[in-house]
Design a protein. Structure first.
Length: 386
């Protein structure tokens, strides 16, 4: 029984991180897309919303980036919302009269800011982008063209991490390259399994107000649209460039928050787990998201002691696999030490980032449980990052 469990655990782990990528890569190549994009000019009115909390230092650069977008100025409405900000954001935005500025003194978090800003949207399509990102000029046009297909409910752009040579920048950049590949495959097969909050658009009519404590607003909103029967398309020609985390500690904190949001999202998107409702969506969702956030990190933690026991009792291949596991985690620790010493992690970057992801899954679960106590739902809980 222990031998069987070991190989089942190893198989699920392999499938989650490598096998799924191989599968959807082949599946996407064999899929004939029936979602042709008309070539005719399509320039409907669009509202571009930028939630910004205490971002006065970069607001002017962000506004200028938005003004440089290749889209008719009379059809692109710019809306910045700075709820709760205590810096000079208002003064900065006052220099741009073409920008609609929303502000209230109370800070409600990013989800509440998005909910409030949508009350001022009167265009058929809306785009959300983070303040600390810069968009390529073609971003709006590349995204909006997909709405000529009435089955498309949302469009996600690509997140591009600017590699500064640091361990956090290199690791995050490497991760997003692989993640972008999976997103392209999911989108071609059926639908994207969760949009990137750095750059995402929706049909205005499909936007639903989010719960006030929602952590992964972009993911929950886009997956509810998928659940309603629409497609979420991935558009790599529209991308948002952002700097990496300043340190591995900051990157770990970001990943813990994402994993906590993953558990929260799974609790609120249970309808996606019904294979009789949308079988392909359920398969992609479980394979790409659920396993990564829940089962697989637990199996990884169990695999090492199980492997040690089998190596002690049966030796052979189990001894070899145990040695490989130990070397992998030692490489991860060495990579952390190198990064902490301001040195390049080199080949240790992959095990380091992989280990960080799975440690974050456990810490994120703990955070989710703490914030999910009955009393917590009655409090005005706000995410730590607006």
């Amino acid at each position: 029984m222990l031998v069987l469990l070991f190989w089942v655990f190893l198989g699920i782990i392999f499938y989650t991180y490598i096998g799924y990528g191989l599968l959807v890569g082949v599946w996407a190549k064999l899929t004939r897309s029936s979602h042709a994009i008309p070539t005719a000019s399509f320039e409907p009115e669009v509202t571009l919303i930028v939630p910004a909390y205490n971002e006065a230092s970069i607001l002017a650069a962000k506004v200028n980036n938005c003004l440089a977008l290749d889209y008719p100025a009379d059809k692109l409405k710019l809306l910045f919302i700075t709820d709760g900000s205590t810096d000079a954001s208002g003064k900065v935005l006052a220099a741009f009269p073409m920008v609609q500025h929303l502000h209230v003194p109370e800070r409600g978090g990013k989800s509440m800011a998005e909910n409030r800003s949508m009350q001022y949207v009167h265009t058929p399509y809306v785009i959300f982008t983070d303040c600390n990102t810069m968009l390529n000029p073609e971003a709006v046009r590349a995204m909006i063209r997909h709405y000529q297909d009435p089955k498309v409910g949302a469009v996600s752009g690509e997140k591009v991490v600017l590699n500064d040579g640091s361990a956090s920048g290199s690791g995050e950049g490497l991760y997003w390259k692989y993640e972008s590949f999976l997103k392209r495959c999911d989108s071609k097969i059926c639908s994207l399994m969760g949009a990137a909050g750095e750059l995402v658009s929706f049909r205005t009519e499909l936007f639903k107000p989010l719960e006030h404590d929602t952590i992964l607003d972009d993911f929950v909103q886009s997956m509810r649209i998928v659940g309603a029967g629409y497609r979420v398309v991935y558009e790599p020609k529209a991308y948002a460039m952002e700097p990496p985390s300043t340190s591995l500690t900051e990157e770990m904190g970001r990943k813990v928050r994402i994993c906590a949001g993953g558990w929260q999202s799974m609790a609120r998107l249970t309808f996606l787990l019904n294979p009789f409702r949308q079988p392909v969506v359920t398969f992609l969702y479980v394979s790409h998201r659920v396993l990564r956030w829940s089962l697989t990190p637990a199996l990884l933690a169990l695999l090492l002691p199980l492997n040690a026991y089998l190596a002690y009792t049966q030796q052979g291949i189990y001894t070899v696999l145990l040695v490989l596991q130990i070397l992998f985690y030692l490489s991860s620790a060495f990579g952390w030490w190198l990064a902490a010493s301001n040195r390049k992690a080199g080949p240790a970057l992959v095990p380091l980032y992989f280990t960080m992801m799975n440690v974050a899954a456990f810490r994120g679960f703990g955070r989710f449980v703490r914030n999910s106590q009955p009393a917590a739902w009655d409090k005005a809980h706000r995410p730590s990052v607006a």
